[in-house]
Design a protein around this ligand. Sequence first.
Ligand code: SF4
Length: 379
Amino acid sequence: MKYVAEFRDAALARRIADNIAHDADPSRDYRFMEFCGGHTHAIARYGVADLLPANLRMIHGPGCPVCVLPIGRVDMAIRLALARGVMLCTYGDVMRVPASDGLSLLRAKARGADVRMVYSPLDALQLARAHPQREVVFFAIGFETTTPPTALALRQADQEGLENFSVLCSHVLTPAAITHILEAPEVADSSSVPIDGFVGPAHVSIVIGSRPYEGFATSYRKPVVIAGFEPLDVMQAILMLVRQVNDGRAEVENEFTRAVGREGNAFAIAAMADVFEVRASFEWRGLGQVPASALRIRERYAAFDAERRYDLAYRAVADHPQCECGAILRGTRTPTQCKLFGNVCTPETPMGSCMVSSEGACAAHYAYGRFRDIPVVAA
Ligand code: SF4
């Protein structure tokens, strides 16, 4: 298949691995964070970590939309479905996220709630058209990748005057999360979890472009290389990061030139700006409250905002006390350092969100079991 097989070529992978081993300075360590769960998955699935020199470690970042969804937001959706009787539509992964009182959306469905899995917000729109007597709520989650479709669905609902459709908006923003990680005390303190650079997300960057990362290079002196999700993409990005670090450079480089440009997708950016505005603060699972890191629906589309429509209030809920998702999402722990990993917590019985999503670090470790663990200095 074009643009897939050639990015999984074993001989090329060995050549890039040789170049990384050749260029990596044995007198120092390299620690790069792959922000995105798609990269975590590729690194685990293709054994990329096994091809890296011992002094180069990859740290998993919080770029898995299901993993960073706080319990309190899932509780809001469950309350809507169970207590308010709405038809609650969302993506498949979200349905399994453990919430309060032993519930998840899937378990709420087993109790009689009308919870439906959809592939797109347009599916939810179609359900609203088909069931005019029902209230249909789309539980929207994800980074800038899934935000434009939600924006277009809201515009479409507005144009059609659909009165039984609304959105519970939980979309979050990538650059704000990277800023938060760089400013976290345990990361800023280089004796704890040094991060020498970032592998930047692919599909988010198709939407927002490479420009929003430039501040990380100029203000924080952290190299960023935007990479695709195939193993050779990730390995090439790692090589580019090693070379930046060796040269003392901190730049935004783009390995994923076949899809990402500096300015992004102007149509998608305009649609998002039309429908959404930035929230003052938003809770991320694992990161806590992060300023200016999420979106809410603008007043112009208030009629389609489930939070306003149902007068929903957010209540923060603590994670399972032994779940290390928070530390994993901040890059300070690894999945196997969690006592519940692989025994109590498995993909069939997930205790935390990092095991629910196939992009989560715990699920990747469990599925492929090939990661070398990163020695972590306790925060
Ligand atoms: S293994 Fe399970 S309980 Fe432990 S950090 Fe991962 S998701 Fe949380």
